[in-house]
Design a protein around this ligand. Structure first.
Ligand SMILES: CCCC/C=C\CC(=O)SCCNC(=O)CCNC(=O)[C@H](O)C(C)(C)COP(=O)(O)OP(=O)(O)OC[C@H]1O[C@@H](n2cnc3c(N)ncnc32)[C@H](O)[C@@H]1OP(=O)(O)O
Length: 264
């Protein structure tokens, strides 16, 4: 099944050129499994190399959900080797997005917990649908797991130190209005205007000369990126060791059951 639709070099009625729209479509909830992560990375890599592409809008084709975060089934009951491969793909996605030379805008048209929130926070700008049923945040502790340092750093760079303490320790999921208040998202709009607003915002970002914006972005984000780059292997080892613990596997199993029961 196609996991992603990509329209590169989009020319809208308003004459916006050089902007790709990536629509995640991995039913039911765009959970980030190895396949989707790999597809996203390959697509982004191609866009980075395409000189005619200057901006990327990432959004969801699934109703009500931007992304449910990392696919728990990739971490539950799997071999250490598989968990290691999966984690490398998560790192790769983060490194590519956080370090992208493109203007990246997240058009968050649904809920975006955990890894979904991380992915949105790697972007330069976030627009979310103003629907109180949706939520966004890093809720890892609620699953009994610990977000690694680079998840924490991304959040801290976005919302600041004190808010990160509260958000991460309590595993808080925020409504769109709350997320706007703490700066986790930059703008709220009615659901049917998320993509058009993202396109409008893109116009503003593209008015800045690429080289000046790119060097500035790199100057701000490089220390955070370098931290993971110089600890990638240890980070994989730590993840595999942590996720393979019986107690953590038990917590994930309980959480998966809770998700299923909630549905019933
Ligand atoms: C050391 C570790 C470091 C960091 C690790 C992890 C970070 C993560 O990202 S962990 C993932 C955290 N994600 C969540 O907690 C979100 C869980 N999902 C939800 O809250 C809801 O599904 C959501 C609000 C996104 C959408 O709600 P609904 O539209 O009502 O859908 P359902 O809840 O009915 O879900 C449909 C179907 O999908 C399964 N599902 C949901 N999320 C995940 C997931 N992240 N991974 C795997 N599977 C997921 C859910 O169980 C349902 O399955 P079925 O019952 O089999 O249909």
């Amino acid at each position: 099944a196609t996991k992603m639709a990509l329209r590169a070099g989009l020319r809208s009625k308003r004459g916006l050129t050089g902007v790709a729209v990536m629509r995640m479509q991995s039913p039911p909830v765009n959970s980030l499994n190895l396949e989707l992560l790999t597809d996203i990375c390959i697509a982004l890599e191609k866009l980075e190399m395409d000189k005619s592409c200057r901006g990327l809008i990432i959004t969801s084709n699934q109703p009500k959900v931007f992304s449910a975060g990392l696919d728990i089934l990739e971490m539950y009951g799997k071999s250490p080797e598989h968990c290691g491969e999966f984690w490398k793909a998560v790192q790769e996605m983060w490194l590519k997005f956080y370090g992208s030379n493109l203007v990246t805008i997240a058009a968050i048209n649904g809920s975006s917990p955990a890894g979904g929130c991380l992915m949105a926070m790697t972007c330069d700008y976030r627009i979310m649908a103003d629907n109180p049923r949706y939520s966004i945040g890093l809720n890892e502790t609620q699953l009994g797991i610990v977000a690694p340092f680079w998840f924490k750093d991304t959040l801290m760079n976005t919302v600041g130190h004190r808010t990160t303490e509260m958000a991460l320790e309590l595993g808080l999921l925020y409504s769109p209005a709350e997320a706007l208040k703490i700066g986790m998202v930059d703008q709220l709009v009615p659901e049917d205007q998320v993509l058009t607003t993202a396109t409008e915002a893109m116009t503003k970002w593209l008015a800045i000369p690429d080289h000046a914006r790119q060097i500035t972005k790199s100057m701000i984000r490089k220390p955070t990126i370098d931290k993971l780059m110089s600890n990638r292997e240890d980070d994989v080892k730590n993840f595999v060791k942590f996720i393979s613990k019986d107690s953590i596997q038990k917590s994930l199993g309980v959480y998966l059951e809770m998700l299923k029961k909630r549905k019933a």
